[in-house]
Design a protein around this ligand. Structure first.
Ligand SMILES: Nc1ncnc2c1ncn2[C@@H]1O[C@H](COP(=O)(O)OP(=O)(O)O)[C@@H](O)[C@H]1O
Ligand SMILES: Cc1cn([C@H]2C[C@H](O)[C@@H](COP(=O)(O)O)O2)c(=O)[nH]c1=O
Length: 216
């Protein structure tokens, strides 16, 4: 049975790498996929992984009907044996419904990859709809880690290493940005709740100890 599968996790946990691997393994067996993405860091119409691999993809603009695009592709004689969607959190809920229709009406597997929550721990609308509609939600096996060594479960947005909690939901960016730039850092829940990034934890460790207070 064809499935809609949502591979979800934090930033930097290997989602795009897995998307590329799934595509590679299928193309090695003669299958042809259609790859969609939206707002990849590498630019329009790209699916890129931090391991250095990149492939061409169809940019799923906000007003694209993904189902209609695939029907048109097939009608024109194009092949579509399966579908991959990276940065799926950026898709509109209606586009996730279209992906479900691709599974149910066109009989294709759809593998969607995306982060679940934004820098304020709120679900992205696209991810919410995927959780609602997917046949399976899979967590990636390779854990991204918080600076403390615990499994990273949340995404923080940072400016100069300090966590910010206000701003637009969508700001394309990366982890390990230079000081002063807007960037992201993955944290465990405890440190996300306490707004402790690796930079603020380091600064705290370097500050001189407070003198012990002796009862007078
Ligand atoms: N130099 C490296 N050597 C080995 N693995 C790396 C290196 N750089 C990145 N990675 C791996 O790539 C992962 C990020 O992969 P990527 O597919 O770009 O993540 P995502 O799409 O989830 O943001 C990291 O968690 C790490 O496991
Ligand atoms: C947390 C968060 C992330 N983003 C952006 C930053 C990146 O461009 C992508 C995630 O890409 P990755 O391949 O999973 O690393 O999402 C955002 O726009 N808003 C956020 O709150």
């Amino acid at each position: 049975m064809p499935e809609l599968v949502f591979f979800s996790g934090t930033m930097d946990c290997g989602k795009s790498t897995l998307a590329l691997q799934i595509g590679h393994n299928r193309s090695a067996r003669g299958l042809q996929g259609v790859i969609f993405t939206r707002d990849d860091r590498a630019g329009e119409g790209k699916l890129s992984s931090r391991l250095g691999l990149v492939t061409e993809a169809v940019e799923a603009d906000e007003d694209m009907d993904v189902y209609a695009h695939l029907v048109d592709h097939i009608t024109r004689g194009g092949r579509a044996d399966y579908v991959i969607v990276d940065e799926a959190q950026f898709l509109a809920p209606v586009q996730i419904d279209q992906l479900a229709r691709v599974v149910d009406d066109l009989g294709l597997d759809v593998f969607a990859f995306g982060i679940t929550t934004d820098f304020r721990t709120k679900l992205f609308p696209g991810s919410q709809r995927l959780i609602e509609l997917a046949d399976r939600v899979e967590t990636l096996q390779v854990e991204a880690l918080c600076w403390c060594g615990a499994r990273a479960t949340h995404n923080a947005r940072t400016v100069g290493g300090e966590m910010v909690v206000e701003g637009a939901q969508v700001v394309v960016g990366d982890v390990n940005q230079l000081a002063g730039e807007v960037g992201y850092e993955v944290l465990c829940r405890r440190h996300h709740q306490r707004r402790m990034t690796s930079a603020t934890a380091r600064a705290g460790a370097l500050s001189p100890d407070v003198l012990p207070v002796t009862p007078g």
